[in-house]
Structure formats: structure tokens, C-alpha cells
Design a protein around this ligand. Structure first.
Ligand code: 1CP
Length: 362
């Protein structure tokens, strides 16, 4: 196992475990990305997945927001949720200005035979070794400044991409699988989960100090389908990753679940085995806190579009949210309700962080 420089700021790890803290820790979904001019400088001349696969580049991009903003309390490894479908044998390309594209998406249950499963053609350490190398290198370069986060896409969200072949407005193809082929859908979700568990555990071995599961398309499901096709796999991940870490002789790390749009499932998510539940902006902080009732730490949840509203709007929203989370000194991690978008001015994100620091320390 690699040895790493001692951690100087463990605020997010303490907050995730429910301890009282001096101020809420903060990080931002998609903090390493397209709103930063320094990201575009590196991006020019490289294919997106080539950057993910080159540890030196991935670690450089991961560190960019940490170097720009001294208020950040965590780094998140530069990678993508779609590396799991790639490891299972699917081709995924990143098309300029369009997003991810699968030239050969899954069309019918017969296509499942083409997928590589854990231990049956899919060797996680080999296929995703570049992510582990990027984590280890980044952890060294961070030199203990802040903890390093690892992540995966949730089984339902990955299934949606694998069937749609990219992003979608309606998710008609992926959702019709749930109704037309419920058993094959469960089988696919289980195969993705098996790879996801091993991948997340190995991210911790490689240096991730906390991990997040992104169920970005949870909100496309009705409460009934979420309970049947997403939640059981999210639960499996929170149960099996710690078991696998124990087996590997590895220390446990806090785990976060972010099921965007699944406001109806907040109560169930608070009992799903995660330390932290991420909230999108459709939640009222005080209401969410009442529902969570101390079971988990909450993370979120300003609408990223407030960042386009200027300093006064940002100031007002931050103040209201910190108050809604009871001042934030226990059970709260500052974040946006979804990723920061490409048009945001870096200076405005900096203002968001500074205001959170100020109101959270008061
Ligand atoms: O063109 C470019 O430069 C690529 C833009 C980009 C970036 C910077 C993509 C393509 N992915 C990423 C990095 C990324 N993706 C990170 C890095 C760490 C960080 O947060 O800073 C993370 C955590 C992700 C995760 C991810 N990828 C999610 C889950 C989070 C979310 O936003 O809901 C999803 C849904 C994806 C798919 C994806 N990858 C990229 C795009 C444009 C998309 C979404 C496309 C769509 O709308 O379907």
C-alpha cells in the first residue's frame, strides 16, 4: 500500500462523520472543469478520455481548483462516470460540444452477452488502472492540503447511458427497458454494481479518502421505479464497499450518495447506509434537515444558476442556505445542488466560497 503525506485539513472527513466542526467544509461538484480557463488550456489538443487516462494530466486538472481557491476543503479526482461502461467493453466517445456518445448502445437484452462482467473479462485493476494511478499521483501532489475524493456513477444512471447511447431529454429507451425487460434490467444493474463495488474499493486502496456515488438521473424515475431499480443497488454499494475494504485490510472512508431529483426518496436515502446525502436545489434546507433528523450529514444545495445572478444574489442565497442548515457547524457540507456550469465566472464561484466561509464561521 502506498504511503502518503499527512493530512493537514480533515474538516470534510469530520463533518461527514457527524462531528461538530468550526465551520462547514466545502467543495463543488464539477469543480475541475470547463468554467476554468486553466482547464481549457490543458484541454486544447487532447481528447477528453485521453486526459482521463493520463495520470499526469488528470492530476494536474484535479489540482487546478485547489490552487485557485484556498477555501476548498476537498479535491475530486478528474475522471468520468462513464469509465465503468468502458471497462465493461463499451466504446464511449466524448463529442465536442455534445457530450458522451456510445456508437453501439445496448438495444435488446441479447446485447447483454457482449458486456464484460467482473471476473468474466472485466479485470478492474487492469481496465481502470489509470484511475488508480491518477489517484495515487494526485494524493502525492496534494501533499495533505485537503482530502481526495473518488467517485462512481450509480448503476441506474450508468444503465441509462448504456441504453440511450448518450444524454437524453426523455430517457424513453432506458425507461422502456424497465417495463419491457424488468428481469434483464435487474441483471444489467447487478452486473454494473459488481464492477462499481470493486472499482470504488480499489479507488480507496489507491488513495481516495472519501467517495461519492452520482445517481444523476434518479429523478427520471417515479418513486416506485426508484425503489425497485435504483435504491437496492445504492444500498448494495454502501454495504459491500466497506466489506471489501475490510477484506483488503484498508481503513474505511465516508461515503456520499447524490440521487439528483429523487426528493421523494430523501427519508429512504437517509437510511441507505451512507454517511452523507447530497441534495439538489429542489430541497428546502430546513425541511431536509427535519427529515434527516441527524441520521446523516447533508450536502448541497444552491442552484448553480444563482452564480449567474451577481454578487448580491449569491450573498443572499448563501446566507439563507447556511441558516437553513442551522449554521452548518454539524451535519453539513457546502456544495451546489448540481455541477458548476461552463459559463460561470471563476470569480463568482470564489465569491460563493468566501461567503460560505464567512457565514459558516460566524
Ligand atoms: O468537453 C469537456 O471538456 C468534457 C467535460 C467533462 C468534464 C470536465 C465531462 C464530460 N466530464 C467531466 C469531468 C467529470 N465528470 C467529473 C470530474 C470531477 C469534478 O467534479 O470536478 C465528474 C465527477 C464527472 C461525473 C459525471 N459525468 C456525471 C455525474 C455528475 C453530474 O454532473 O451529474 C455525469 C452525468 C457525467 C457524464 C458526462 N460527462 C461529460 C458530460 C458533458 C456529461 C453529461 C452529459 C449529459 O448531459 O448526459
Amino acid at each position: 500500500m502506498a504511503s502518503f503525506p499527512p493530512l493537514k485539513n480533515n474538516l470534510i472527513l469530520r463533518a461527514a462523520r457527524g462531528e461538530k466542526v468550526e465551520r462547514p467544509p466545502m467543495w463543488v461538484m464539477r469543480q475541475a472543469g470547463r468554467y476554468l480557463p486553466e482547464y481549457h488550456k490543458v484541454r486544447a489538443g487532447h481528447d477528453f478520455f485521453e486526459m482521463c487516462r493520463t495520470p499526469e494530466i488528470a492530476s494536474t486538472i484535479t489540482l487546478q481548483p485547489i490552487e485557485r481557491y484556498e477555501d476548498l476543503d476537498a479535491a475530486i479526482i478528474f475522471s468520468d462516470i462513464l469509465v465503468i461502461p468502458q471497462a465493461m467493453g463499451m466504446v464511449v466517445e466524448m463529442v465536442e460540444k455534445k457530450g458522451p456518445h456510445f456508437p453501439e448502445p445496448l438495444e435488446t437484452p441479447e446485447d447483454l452477452a457482449k458486456l464484460k462482467r467482473l471476473g468474466e473479462g472485466c479485470d478492474v485493476k487492469k481496465e481502470l488502472g489509470y484511475v488508480f494511478e491518477a489517484l495515487t499521483l494526485t494524493r502525492q501532489k496534494l501533499a495533505g492540503r485537503v482530502p481526495l475524493l473518488g467517485f462512481i456513477g450509480a448503476p441506474w444512471t450508468l444503465m441509462a447511458y448504456m441504453i440511450e447511447g448518450g444524454g437524453s431529454k426523455t430517457f424513453t429507451k432506458a425507461k422502456s427497458w424497465l417495463f419491457k425487460y424488468p428481469e434483464d434490467s435487474q441483471k444489467l444493474l447487478q452486473d454494473i454494481t459488481d464492477v462499481a463495488v470493486e472499482f470504488l474499493a480499489q479507488q480507496v486502496v489507491a488513495g481516495a479518502q472519501m467517495v461519492q456515488v452520482f445517481d444523476s438521473w434518479a429523478g427520471e424515475l417515479s418513486p416506485v421505479e426508484f425503489a425497485e431499480f435504483s435504491l437496492p443497488y445504492l444500498r448494495q454499494i454502501s454495504k459491500r464497499v466497506p466489506e471489501r475494504l475490510a477484506e483488503l485490510g484498508q481503513e474505511q472512508v465516508p461515503m456520499t450518495v447524490f440521487a439528483k431529483g429523487a426528493w421523494y426518496a430523501l427519508d429512504a436515502l437517509c437510511d441507505s447506509g451512507y454517511n452523507v446525502v447530497g441534495l439538489d436545489w429542489t430541497h428546502d434546507p430546513a425541511e431536509a434537515r427535519k427529515i434527516a433528523n441527524g441520521r446523516v450529514t447533508l450536502q448541497g444545495n444552491m442552484d448553480p444558476n444563482v452564480l449567474y445572478g451577481g454578487k448580491e444574489a449569491i450573498d443572499k442565497a448563501v446566507k439563507r442556505i447556511v441558516e437553513g442548515f442551522g449554521g452548518g457547524k454539524q451535519g453539513y457540507i457546502v456544495n451546489l445542488g448540481h455541477g458548476v456550469t461552463p459559463g460561470v465566472k471563476p470569480e463568482d464561484l470564489g465569491f460563493f466560497l468566501r461567503k460560505n466561509h464567512e457565514y459558516g464561521s460566524a
